[in-house]
Design a binder for this molecule. Structure first.
Ligand SMILES: [Zn+2]
Length: 674
């Protein structure tokens, strides 16, 4: 057997993971050895007879865990981007082990004693600002993980963390299974009227594969939105499709959600907070439950009013089809009709102007050159995690190499839905590493020989995810803990949202939006109509999002000991009490398939998107009105904010760019909530 490639640092440029050598059987042994190695490294710190110093304790801790970090970075992306049954098994095995490993470090009394001692002396240590911050952040992380609790409480904490890790994995697997099994089956092609011929043929093929020969099957898409709802002309088919989507995993995951929120409330109290939400936001930029509740409450009423106005518009069109009351399964369908009739926007007519390669090079990369002076060179000689994935080397204006960017743009059965950024190698001055970052999207693969044409939303996603990539690439910190996107959850979406502005910036749009066959530029009036049509859907989008946010909030502000009997009932009451219960607009995620908050680390954190958007809208306005050349604005934004990562208080970084504290007016204006 050949040596496990994770056991040593990668010999490749930028320490790009040696993908050509990695086999799926390497992950588990690498995880096991990685955890053992880090515990040995920590034992070496605590066994050191010399007096604790910043160097022999904090810096040594930063240097520890190299193998674990290498395998975890590769595995996290692989298990999302190109999973297999074996990787799913590894994930189920590893997640409780990682939770226990986290506890083993953070509840290590000898290690905490050294950190606590140094923290007490911090003013006298003569540390530079980033080093002082490292000490403070580590101390806080230990306290928040229970380092100051007594032995009995710590034992209970370990139990809670272990059970929560296992339940989170089960929740996720239930959602995956329910999404696969809850397909809609119809008998005739007529029932699918409205879908394209290609989509109907695909539904027939899907039926054949799933053992329904001669019928048609629409499989559920994994995010909550089912795109066929915008096209299916048969109302009862729409109703059945939406019902299948909304009922996903309800029976299995309702009780899990109840159990998980009870355990989280108990853990919060153990750690000195009245609720899980209070515990979470104490370490975010928001700070308090009241700050978050205040912003959400301010948005609810105007958003609901907008949605009701939109509903009235939709009903006018739906009335022609004999519909008297607009239902949830009508919304997307009649929105598309209104978009076409009132705004003369046909989403399909835009696609030929958005060819993937062109959007990437002449749009996304071009904007990065305009604002930051970057240059990109494709490196086909370097192997990434999948044959679809492409590697680019990124250079500064003066030719200095900055890092690697990997783009994996196409959908496949082994990839989860959505789009995301991952970091394979984090930048650090301490370790001398430069960043290797990665974007995953789910653009359908075109037929052989055809160009990949993007939708308006897919173009936006490409710019958005690249914003995260820039945050990783521009990182210029000393300690790995602070690199790039390692900022609070309610801040991390801000730089990526800001990067979306380039999509419609005239000089960028003119450079990339050209007809793939004729080279003709996208007509300006088409863009204007599309932007106007987007404004029309703002009421729906905001309500759908706020409903999910307020649902997350309701579950996680529950006090310890509050007994929820039925998850669905709780959900209905929570939405009604928050004033966000618009019958024709279900929350973007219902409890039973709300993976963000039950299986992927966004519990009491779904508010983060709109919280970040306050900063985003304010910064976009700053870019547009500050009177500086765009290259100068870009440089300032990069140097003072993107490069800083979490190496200083993120709101301080914001002020260093914009010159004052954030304001909400630009967001309210953008979302039509003023
Ligand atoms: Zn994002």
């Amino acid at each position: 057997m050949t040596e496990n490639p994770f056991f040593a640092a990668s010999p490749l440029v930028y320490e790009l993971p040696p993908y050509a050598e990695i086999r799926e059987e390497h992950y588990l042994p690498a995880y096991e050895r990685g955890m053992a190695e880090q515990l040995a490294e920590i034992a070496a710190i605590t066994d050191d007879r010399a007096l604790p110093t910043f160097e022999n304790t904090l810096v040594a801790l930063e240097r520890s865990g190299g193998l674990l970090r290498r395998v975890d970075a590769v595995f996290r992306n692989q298990s999302s981007s190109d999973t297999t049954d074996l990787l799913d098994e590894v994930e189920a095995k590893v997640s409780p082990l990682l939770a226990a490993h986290h506890d083993a470090i953070h509840l290590d009394q000898r290690l905490f004693a050294r950190i606590e001692g140094l923290y007490g002396d911090r003013a006298a240590l003569g540390l530079d600002p980033e080093s002082l911050r490292l000490l403070e952040r580590r101390y806080t992380a230990f306290v928040r993980s229970g380092a100051r609790l007594g032995a009995a409480e710590q034992a209970r904490l370990r139990e809670l963390n272990a059970e929560l890790a296992a339940l989170g994995t089960t929740f996720q697997q239930n959602v995956n299974a329910a999404t696969r099994s809850a397909a809609l089956v119809v008998d005739t092609a007529e029932e699918l009227a409205g879908l394209s011929e290609g989509a109907i043929a695909a539904a027939a093929e899907n039926a054949r594969v799933l053992g329904h020969e001669g019928r048609y099957v629409l499989s559920l898409k994994s995010p909550s939105n089912q795109p066929e709802l915008a096209q299916l002309a048969d109302r009862s088919v729409r109703e059945r499709l939406l019902a299948a989507s909304l009922a996903r995993a309800g029976e299995d995951n309702g009780p899990l959600a109840i159990r998980m929120t009870e355990l989280r409330a108990e853990r919060a109290v153990l750690l000195g907070f009245p609720s899980h939400a209070a515990y979470v936001v104490a370490d975010e930029t928001a700070g308090t439950v009241e700050a978050v509740s205040g912003l959400l409450a301010r948005l609810v009423e105007p958003a609901v009013a907008n949605a009701r106005r939109e509903a009235a518009e939709l009903l006018k069109v739906a009335a022609a089809d004999g519909i008297e009351e607009l239902a949830a399964h009508d919304w997307a369908y009649y929105s598309e009709k209104v978009r076409q009739s009132s705004y003369q926007v046909d989403a399909a007519a835009l696609r030929p102007y958005f060819e993937l390669e062109r959007v990437l090079r002449d749009g996304v990369f071009f904007a990065a050159k305009l604002a930051y002076g970057l240059e990109f060179t494709e490196r086909p000689d370097l192997t990434a995690h999948h044959p679809d994935a492409r590697v680019f080397e990124v250079f500064e204006e003066d030719g200095t190499a900055l890092g690697l960017f990997i783009g994996d743009f196409h959908a496949r059965a082994s990839k989860r839905g959505g789009a995301w950024m991952d970091e394979l190698v984090g930048q650090s001055g301490l370790t001398g590493r430069r960043p290797v970052v990665l974007n995953n999207l789910n653009v359908p693969r075109p037929a052989p020989g055809e160009p990949a044409l993007l939708s308006w939303d897919e173009v936006r996603t490409l710019f958005h995810e690249f914003g995260h990539a820039l945050h990783g690439l521009f990182s210029d910190v000393r300690y790995p803990l602070f690199a790039g996107t390692a900022v609070p959850r309610d801040f991390v979406e801000f730089p990526s949202q800001v990067n979306e502005m380039w999509m419609v910036r005239p000089e960028v749009l003119a450079n990339y939006a050209r007809h793939h066959a004729t080279g003709e530029p996208l007509p300006v009036e088409l863009v204007e109509r599309m932007t106007a049509a987007e404004g029309f859907g703002e009421g729906f989008r905001t309500v759908e999002y706020l409903a999910a946010t307020l649902l997350d909030w309701a579950w996680h502000t529950l006090p310890q000991g509050h007994r929820v009997e039925d998850a669905e009932e709780f959900e209905a009451r929570a939405l009604a009490e928050a004033g966000i219960a618009v019958p024709a607009i279900p929350p973007r995620y219902r409890t039973s398939y709300f993976q963000h908050i039950f299986s992927s680390g966004y519990s009491a954190g779904y508010y983060a998107y709109i919280w970040s958007e306050v900063l985003d809208a304010d910064t976009v306005r700053w870019f547009e009105t500050n009177g500086q050349p765009v290259r100068d604005s870009g440089e300032l934004f990069r140097r003072e904010l993107l490069a800083r990562g979490f190496g200083r208080d993120p709101l301080e970084s914001f002020r260093a760019v914009v010159g004052r504290a954030p304001e909400t007016a630009p967001l309210l204006e953008r979302r039509g909530l003023g």
